[in-house]
Unconditional design. Structure first.
Length: 67
């Protein structure tokens, strides 16, 4: 776990999520896979919170829609 993620969890911060974090998670990006797993686990456990926009959903659906 990165020090930034650990700091966010300790302070119970809310973070804003951009489209790329979801795309990296969906595609199991080899560079970010471990930190994303920890990040989403912390979110599921309620150790931190996050928000995103409806635009993120739209952008995440572009590739599946094309296929």
């Amino acid at each position: 776990m990165t020090s930034l993620l650990r700091d966010l969890r300790m302070r119970n911060h809310q973070v804003a999520l951009d489209t790329m974090i979801f795309i990296y998670a969906f595609e199991d990006h080899p560079v970010y896979q471990a930190v994303l797993k920890s990040f989403f686990s912390a979110l599921e456990k309620g150790e931190m919170s996050a928000v995103t926009s409806t635009l993120t959903l739209t952008e995440c659906l572009v590739q599946p829609y094309r296929k």
